[in-house]
Design a protein around this ligand. Structure first.
Ligand code: FES
Ligand code: FES
Length: 169
C-alpha cells in the first residue's frame, strides 16, 4: 500500500512494500545517499535520520511505520550545508573515511536540539551507539562542542540584530 511521508520538507507518496526498511526507501527510491547501510540491524548508527525530530535508525524501521511522519536526512539538515555541525565538522576536519559521519551528525543534531550546551558526558551518552571504524570519536566530541559554540554565537548575533532593528524603528 502506498505510504505518504514528508522527507526533507517535501511530501512524498511511495509505492513500496510496507515492510521495506526506511533506509531502502530513502536510498533506493528517493536517491538520498547520505544515510548509509552499515550493519542493517540497528547496531552501528550509519543509517541515522530524524523522524519527527528524533534520531532514529532507518535500517530496521519499516517505511509503513513512518507514515505521515516528518523525516529529515543529512541532505535536509540545512539548505546550504551551513548547519553549525556541518561548519564545525569542516573546521575541525572531523571525518576520516566519512562513511559513518552522516549518522554521527544526525545523532549530534538531535542532541543539540535537546541539549544546546552538552557536557562531555552528555555527548558520550548520546553518541554511544554511533560507531566509527576510523575511530574519530575524539574529533566528533570536539566537533559537537564547537557546533554548540557556533550555534550560541549565531543566537547572540541574531539577538543583537533584533535589538539594533528595534532601536532603529
Ligand atoms: S545500518 Fe542501521 S544501525 Fe547500522
Ligand atoms: S570516519 Fe570512517 S567510519 Fe567513521
Amino acid at each position: 500500500m502506498p505510504v505518504t511521508l514528508t522527507v526533507n520538507g517535501t511530501r512524498r507518496t511511495l509505492d513500496v512494500p510496507d515492510d521495506m526498511p526506511l533506509l531502502w526507501a530513502l536510498r533506493e527510491v528517493l536517491d538520498l545517499k547520505g544515510p548509509k547501510f552499515g550493519c542493517g540491524i540497528g547496531q552501528c548508527g550509519a543509517c541515522t535520520v530524524h523522524v519527527n525530530g528524533n534520531a532514529i535508525r532507518s535500517c530496521n524501521l519499516p517505511v509503513a511505520g513512518v507514515a505521515n511522519a516528518n523525516v529529515v536526512t543529512i541532505e535536509g539538515l540545512s539548505a546550504d550545508g551551513t548547519h553549525p555541525l556541518q561548519q564545525a565538522w569542516q573546521e575541525l576536519d572531523v571525518a576520516q573515511c566519512g562513511y559513518c559521519q552522516a549518522g554521527q551528525i544526525m545523532t549530534a543534531a538531535a542532541l543539540l536540539r535537546r541539549t544546546p550546551r552538552p557536557s562531555d558526558a552528555d555527548i558520550d551518552q548520546a553518541m554511544t551507539g554511533n560507531l566509527c571504524r576510523c575511530a574519530t570519536y575524539h574529533r566528533i566530541r570536539e566537533g559537537i562542542h564547537r557546533a554548540s559554540a557556533i550555534a550560541a554565537n549565531n543566537d547572540a548575533s541574531a539577538r543583537d540584530t533584533d535589538a539594533a532593528t528595534q532601536e532603529a524603528l
